[in-house]
Design a protein around this ligand. Sequence first.
Ligand SMILES: [Zn+2]
Length: 83
Amino acid sequence: MADCNETLRELDRFLDNELASEVLGEMMEHLDQCVDCQQAFEFHAELRAVVKKAAGDEPLPDSLLGRIKQCFGTDLTVDTDQA
Ligand SMILES: [Zn+2]
């Protein structure tokens, strides 16, 4: 069963459609009942769309990608409470 950390860790691959269907199923199950991850997922998906739009066909520089990931990652892990 996927937990929040696992779900957030796989978010990128989820959006890239790189996950095995069984992992995907677990994530969907988790997203179904976890508002935190739903919001993270929506935020991430939206962020991607914006970045993609802004970048066009050009790949983003690693530095920018790194900053986005860093920002997104720390935000979530710091906020996540083991309730
Ligand atoms: Zn969660």
